[in-house]
Each structure stands twice: as C-alpha cells, then as structure tokens.
Ligand binder design. Structure first.
Ligand code: SF4
Ligand code: SF4
Ligand code: FES
Length: 904
C-alpha cells in the first residue's frame, strides 16, 4: 500500500492504480469523463485535473490529470485547489460548446453523467454565443438511438465498442470539433454488446431505442435487483417498470459476474412480459375449446393432479422454487428432467465435474484473468455471451504482461495497446464453423464434431501421457498444449449446447491433464444454455430423463402430467411429444406465453415472469442468486410455485427454507435471503426512488384520490418510496444513487473500492462442493454414418433462447432457420446461397447458407425459433434442394449470417 495526501488528509491507496481511481475509491468527488473503471485511462477529456505538489514545501504545484498520474507513495495532491477547480470548470465549458443543452427532451436527463459532472465542476453559465457544430444522426438498428449533437468527444463509446467488445463498425471519424462517432454507413450496429453504449456514453448520444418508445424518467421507474434469465451466466440486472409495463433493463454491477456490462439479449429480450399474448387466466379444455375459469375460482381439475399416475416435467427456465414445488407435489421419483436426454446426460456430467476437486469453475471475473484458453466446440458468443466478452479481455493479458515488463501501469490503456500491437494471449478455438471470437483467436481449428474430439484428445495426451490418446498429429495440437502448460492461468471451456458429450469429456480430459502436470485445480468452464439448467438438474434424479417421462405417458404407466414452464417441443422430437401428450388423460401446463405445448394443455395456468416474482436461479458455476420481484402482474397469473403449492398460499421465504432443508446440495440456498430483522428498524427497501412522482396522477382518470400502495408481505422490498434511504450501508441495493451522482457511475459509491465488491456484499452462494476426485473419461464417439453431412447444431444470441425470442425488440434481429455448408458441398449438392432446402426428406425446411469457413462434410444447422425439429435429426443429415424462390436476400435478420460470412 502507499500513502497519498489529498487536500491535507492522508489516505492509504493502492500504488498500482491512478489517482482518479483512488480518489473515487476513497469516496471523494472528482469529475471525469473518458476514464472508465474497466477500460482504464487515455487522458482525452482533461476533466479530472488536480493539483500535485512536489513535497510539503511546494506551495505552487502543477496541474495534472488524476487519471494519468500514478498513486505513488508520498504523493500530495489537491482536488479543491482553486486553479484545479477553475480548470475543470473551463474544460467542461469547452466540452459543451456545441452541446445542445436539451436536457428536458434528452432521455439521459436525470441519469446523465454530463449533468452530474457539470454541476460538480461548477460550470453554470454559457458564454459561447456562436453557431454550434451540428451533426446528422444515423439509423443504428432496433436497439440504439443516435443523437450525435450531444457528444462531448470523450471517446468512451469507441473504446468500449471497438477495443473492449471487438466491434468493427463504430468509429471516430473526422477530427477537431467535427469528430463524429458512428458507423461509416448507417445501419444496424453489429456487436452483440451494443446496448452497453447506452451506459458507457456519459451523455445522451446513444440511448435505448425500445425504452424511448415507452419512455419515463429514471426516478419514475419502479425497480428491484434482478437476475437475467437469458442464459446460464446469470448477469445481474435492474429492470424498471412504470404504469404496469416493464420499460427497460440496465446492468447491475456484480464484481464476480457481469461487472459493468451485459449483452443485448439480456438488455433487450424482455418485452414479452408486456405482451398481450401473455396467458392471463386459467383455462380448461371443454371439447376442442379452452374455457376461462371465473375469477377467484380454481380449475376443478387441479385437484386430480395429485397421487398415483401423475408425473411432473421440470423446466430449465423456471426458478428453483417452482421446480422444487413441482417435485414436492408429484414426489421426487415422479419428477422428470425438462431438457433433452442428450442435454440431460451432458448436464449430469457437468455436475459431476463440478464436484471434482481437480477443477475450478471460474467466474466471469476469473475468466478475464486467463492467459491461455482453449474452447472445445462451444459457440460462446451465442450461448453465453457475457463470457465471450470476458474472453476478449483475457486475450489482452499478454499486453498487460508486456506492459508490466516495461513498467507501464496497466491502466495506461493507450500505452499498453501501443506496446502490444496485435500481441495477444493465446486463445484456441475448436469449432465446426467460424465463430465471433475467431478475430482474437491464435488458432481456429474448424472441423467436424467427431474430428474435434480426436484433436481435443490429442491435446490432452500431449499434455499428460496419462490421458487417453487422441488421433491427430497436427502441429496445432502441440502448440495449444504448450500454451496451456506454460500459462499462469490456463482455462478450458466447453458446454452442452452442441449436444455432443464427447466434447465435454475431451475438455475435462484436457483440464485433468493440466491438473496432472501442474498439480493445481484447473479452470474448467462448462456452460449450459438456460438460466436454471443447473438448478433444475440438481433437483432431478439422474435416471429421470425426459425420454422416460414421455415413454411413461405413451405407455400408460403415467396418466397425467404437469408441465412446468417448458415448451417440450424444444427438448424432444415433435413425434415423441405428440405421442405422449395425446395419450395422457390430463395435461396441466403452467406457463407465461403460448407455446406448442400450451396448445396441448387440458388445463392451462398462467404464471408470472421473471420480473413479477421473487426467485432463485443457479448459474453455470453452481452459484445461486436471488432475483427480486419488480412489479405486480395485474392478471390472474401467479408464480408457478404457488399453483403447485397447497391451496396456492405460502411464502417464498418458507419455500426457499424448505428447499434448503430437503433438497440435496441446496443447503446454502436460504443464505441468500436477507433478514428483515437485521434491517434498520425493520424498515423495508423501497422499489421506488425518493423522487418518484405522479402516484396520484397515475390513476387520475379513474379516481383523483391517491390509492394505497400495495403491501408486499412476501419480500424485504416495498412497493413504495418509503423505507431505508439509499446509502452505502443498506443491506440490499435496489438502485444505485448517491448525492450528486445520478447516473450509473454512482455505483462507485457502493463498491468497497473501484471494481471491488459491493458493500452489500452478496455475489451469490455456491451450492456445489468440490470434494470428489475423478479420473480421465473415455470419449463417447457417436456413430457417424458415412452418408450425408455431419450435423453441428448452431445457436444464435437472438433467437435460441425461448423467452427472449418472444420479445419484439429481439425479433427484429432474429435469423430464420438455416443450414450452413461449405462451398464444395454446396456445389456437389447443386445448391446456391439462399436456396430453400429440405433436411432428411421434406420434414424440415431451412435456407442454405454457403460459408467459406465450415469443414467440407459438415452442416451447421440453426433451427430458428424451433422451426426445425432438432431432436428428430440424427448425427448426419441429408440435404436436398427444394423448388422455389431463392431466399438469400429475404432471410429475416440475415445480418447475423452475413457477419459470419464477411467478417472471417
Ligand atoms: S458519443 Fe458519447 S461516449 Fe462517444 S465520444 Fe461522444 S460523449 Fe463520448
Ligand atoms: S450473458 Fe446471458 S445472463 Fe448475461 S445479459 Fe446476456 S443473456 Fe443475460
Ligand atoms: S478522466 Fe482524466 S482526462 Fe478524462
């Protein structure tokens, strides 16, 4: 540690950081724009000027930029020095010369870092009275609005979009006071992380387009801490609601998971919550019709879903509580997995590896520290996007290492980049097709799924001769093996989305070989597709597969089934699901939106969405997290666990406690629950800000008297602005806000240090203990027929997740089902780009996408929004051209496919 004197007070600081970061860590107010806690310093805005003194006798000092000055031991600085204050005020005045001052109509207003810094700097009078520089705005796609006139040229947007997130279609153009931040040609922003521009830009240049269509000020949003349900990463978010509709989602800082950034699926994939298509009342079948159950009544059939002959099918997108309530109702032995059999097997393998002390499952923060990585078969950007963003940071560790060798602080962003140029830490990708991370990969091995397992095995045996040998002599094998062996923090990544157990086994063997070699736990990251795949799988008996459940129904061994928030047609072949559900005497489905499965229900019950109930989910690490209810659902929808609990009553805390007591490995689940008795005077945490307005006006068309706010007896949060004020020592952080800090940058007031843990502390509870030791795995080799093309399943960030695919914002970026094949296969099959093709006869129709970076003999199939019956496909498929129109330029959302074709 070092000691720095700031305005006469001595502070203990970290000498590896710069003065700005350390001032903020100490809770001091110092304005800044271009510095970002995750992106370091470039000294572009000159806003963070402070006075630095040579020693205690130096009375003059010099002005320095705090973000560009190391916090060296003995440094003496002043934030309050009049010259420094004057400089900060003048700088902001000059930055705002062409600013439109349109706060009243700007969507950033009220949560604007520029507003906050302007006030903090004391600039309050505009002297410039000449013509302002103005710009034309661009259309940037369905997610982001552009208002360039508000720009203060801090360069944060391009530093995030290009340098941090690897985008290539946003840049700083022109120069001087004409600098323009946008695309070369207007069009859809291509990065999967474009939504972060809304939070990274300190002004209102980039704003949330979907939010602007149904806008409200930040202080009028009702909010609560939530967890994204878009994938298994479990990023922390803050959804905001107003007048009964969910308006937006923003990032919620979690030091171990998402940090400051989330992906566009998580940010924009929520508006199905507001959809008129939501199931709103209980419905029961009467002949071929579904009839509504009168308000206040329960469907009479519900009572018959108890006792012998009733089975329950779980859900990877439902909470632990709903899955557990279903298990309690039908009995553990009648509770079945809600994912495909192959995914179930893969997930059970992942769970067994999660108990193996040879490995460590890294958090996103730990992934960023990796300095040699191999990805085995998983398309991380499309399956677990936030991890892909972390991988883009891990390849920069080489640059940081080089900088360390030259005594360049790693926060000196431009210098570090300049030094490293294109020198990156090794990232090897074994995949069946080109992926979005290939541009930062040191090796990309594109091959068929079966060949990838051989190459992976060869890497493992090249690291340790105890590993089962693989069958590949390629030079790339020893190169990847050497890189992993010689790294400080090697990382192996795979997952279950591709439906190939062999690839997970190979990844485990590579990690075990490293464990043998290095005698330390190795980071093994195994991702699964859905938010609670891990939690659900921990509750299900290993042998209770979905296939067994469907067989029982079809054979009559079970007569009735309860399907919990799950479209079974996404997890088993259409014919198997049809045969089972058609045979059942009763099909009770609980869900939020209509699906192919709800259409088969004899009793259909509406359930609440992620923002309408409190729930826990377990992410890919085995980390359980608590997500709070943001707003109420005005319809008859209730949390699924309530439908399944005795007489639909009960308390979520009691259910979590019961799950912790009864379900193996869930012992720590109730540690997530905040204890109201430990709060100040047992006061609750308000969901509404202290500036929340319009409570009386909200229902003025109905009644001018202010209605009583509903009482939330289920939670430590209240549906009002009353409760514990937002201070750094509150036990649950609903929304970050601090005096003079209205933007998302106020989070620094709640961190124990910049980029550190929140003072509230909770980053989740790990449910899985590593106390077992395993061994090398025999690699499963699927029977691959020599006829046809080897199948590789492709995922898409926009479309593969069931619920976000129902969000209208996401639908604008979705791609139709396609089959990607190599040019030579296309030629031999007589296919052109965009031809409509049938797979295995006429059963599945997709569009041919001819890509240069796919192995001959392989077909990558993206099933669209369940347009193709994925589970009816074998390990090889046959393609034939259908007679019809060439669809290439007509594929909805083709930008995604185009990117793959043109970027690599
Ligand atoms: S657009 Fe925003 S982030 Fe980009 S330079 Fe301008 S003010 Fe900074
Ligand atoms: S990475 Fe996954 S959890 Fe995180 S925001 Fe995206 S979809 Fe949500
Ligand atoms: S924040 Fe220090 S120069 Fe911009």
């Amino acid at each position: 540690m070092a000691e720095v004197v700031i305005d006469g007070i001595a502070y203990e600081v970290n000498p590896d950081n710069n003065l700005l970061q350390e001032c903020l860590s100490q809770g001091l107010d110092l304005p800044y724009f271009c510095w970002h806690p995750c992106m370091g310093s470039v000294g572009a805005c000159r806003q963070c000027a402070v006075k630095q003194y040579r020693d205690a006798d130096d009375k003059d000092g010099i002005l320095v930029m705090a973000c560009m000055t190391p916090a060296t031991d003995g440094a003496i600085i002043s934030i309050e020095d009049p010259q420094a204050k004057d400089m900060r005020e003048k700088v902001i005045e000059s930055l705002m010369i062409s600013h439109p001052h349109d706060c009243p109509v700007c969507e950033e207003g009220g949560e604007c870092h520029l507003q906050d810094m302007t006030l903090m700097s004391g600039h309050n009078y505009r002297r410039y009275d000449k013509k302002k520089v103005t710009h034309r705005n661009q259309y940037l796609g369905p997610f982001i609005n552009h208002e360039m006139n508000r720009c203060i040229t801090c360069y944060r947007c391009v530093r995030f979009y290009d340098d941090y997130a690897g985008g290539t279609d946003l840049s700083a153009q022109a120069s001087h006071h004409h600098t323009y931040f946008g695309r070369y040609d207007e069009g859809v922003l291509e990065s999967e992380f474009s939504g972060n521009l809304v939070e990274v830009c300190p002004t209102g240049v980039f704003t949330d387009k979907a939010f602007s269509e149904n806008y409200t000020r930040k202080w009028d949003l009702q909010v609560a801490p939530s967890v994204c349900t878009g994938c298994s990463v479990g990023c922390n978010t803050t959804p905001g609601e107003r007048y009964g509709s969910l308006r937006r989602i923003v990032n919620r800082y979690n030091s171990e998971i998402n940090g400051y950034f989330i992906c566009d699926r998580g940010r924009f994939g929520f508006d199905y919550v507001n959809s008129e298509d939501r199931i709103q009342v209980p419905l029961v079948a009467n002949g071929s019709d579904m009839e509504e159950v009168p308000a206040g009544e329960l469907p009479p059939a519900i009572e018959s879903y108890k006792g012998a002959g009733v089975i329950g099918i779980a859900s990877p997108r439902a909470s632990n509580e709903s899955n557990f309530a279903l298990r309690c109702l039908v009995g553990h032995e009648n509770f079945y997995s809600g994912i495909s059999d192959i995914e179930h097997e893969a997930t059970q393998l992942i769970l067994s590896l999660a108990r193996d002390s040879a490995f460590n499952t890294p958090s996103v923060r730990e992934i960023e520290k990796a300095d040699a990585i191999v990805v085995v078969g998983e398309d991380i950007t499309n399956v677990a996007p936030r991890i892909a963003l972390a991988l883009r940071q891990s390849v920069r560790n080489k640059a940081k290492e080089l900088a360390g060798g030259c005594n360049i602080p790693i926060w000196q962003d431009a210098a570090v980049k300049e030094l490293a140029q294109h020198d990156r830490s090794p990232l090897a990708i074994l995949s069946s097709y080109a992926t979005r991370l290939d541009d930062v990969a040191s090796d990309v091995v594109i091959d068929s799924p079966s060949k990838l397992t051989s190459i992976g095995s060869a890497i493992a045996s090249s690291i340790s001769d105890k590993a089962p040998s693989g069958n590949s002599n390629e030079g790339v094998v020893s190169r990847i093996a050497d890189q992993l062996v010689n790294a400080k923090h090697p990382l192996v990544i795979a997952g279950s989305s591709v439906g190939n157990i062999g690839l997970i086994q190979v990844a485990a063997n590579i990690a075990r070989a490293l464990n043998d070699k290095r005698n330390e736990a190795i980071d093994l990251c195994l991702v699964v597709p859905e938010v609670n795949t891990i939690g659900m799988s921990m509750l299900v008996n290993n042998c209770n597969t979905l296939g067994v459940a469907l067989d029982k129904l079809q054979s009559g061994a079970a007569s009735k089934v309860i399907v919990l928030e799950n479209d079974l047609y996404r997890h088993a072949s259409y014919t198997a699901v049809d045969a089972a559900l058609d045979k059942a005497d009763g099909v009770l489905v609980i869900d939020q939106m209509p699906t192919r499965t709800t259409a088969k229900a004899s009793t259909l019950l509406p359930s609440t969405s992620f923002s309408e109930h409190e729930a826990t989910y377990v992410n890919y690490e085995g980390r359980a997290q608590l997500s709070f209810q943001v707003h109420r659902n005005p319809t008859a929808a209730i949390p699924a666990w309530r439908w399944l609990s005795e007489q639909q009553r009960g308390n979520i805390d009691a259910l979590i406690n019961r799950c912790a007591e009864e379900a193996a490995n869930f012992e720590k689940l109730d540690d997530l629950l905040p204890d109201l008795n430990e709060f100040v005077a047992s006061m609750k945490i308000p969901r509404q800000s202290h500036r929340y307005s319009g409570r009386t006006a909200m229902k003025a068309n109905l009644n001018v008297h202010e209605p009583k706010q509903p009482v939330d007896d289920q939670s430590v949060m209240s549906f009002s602005m009353e409760g514990i004020p937002v201070t750094s020592d509150i036990p649950v952080l609903g929304a970050a806000w601090a005096p003079a800090w209205n933007s998302n940058q106020s989070i620094s007031k709640f961190q124990d240090e910049i980029n550190g843990e929140l003072k509230q502390g909770h980053t989740g509870e790990f449910l899985i203990e590593r106390n077992e030791s395993g061994d090398y795995l025999d690699i499963a080799t699927p029977n691959v027929s020599s006829n046809g093309l080897q199948l590789a399943i492709a995922y898409q960030i926009f479309g593969s997740d069931e619920l976000s695919a129902k969000a209208s914002t996401i639908q604008q970026r979705m791609t139709d089902a396609y089959v990607a094949i190599s040019p030579s296969d296309a030629q031999s099959l007589g296919l052109n780009q965009g031809d409509e093709v049938s797979i295995d006869g006429n059963r599945h129709v997709a569009v041919a996408c001819i890509r240069s970076k796919i192995k001959e003999g392989t077909a990558a199939v993206y099933c669209g929004d369940n347009d193709i019956d994925r589970h009816a496909l074998g390990t090889t498929i046959a393609l034939s051209k259908m007679v019809g129109e060439n669809l290439y330029r007509g594929i909805k959302g083709l930008i995604v496919s185009d990117l793959y074709e043109e970027s690599y």
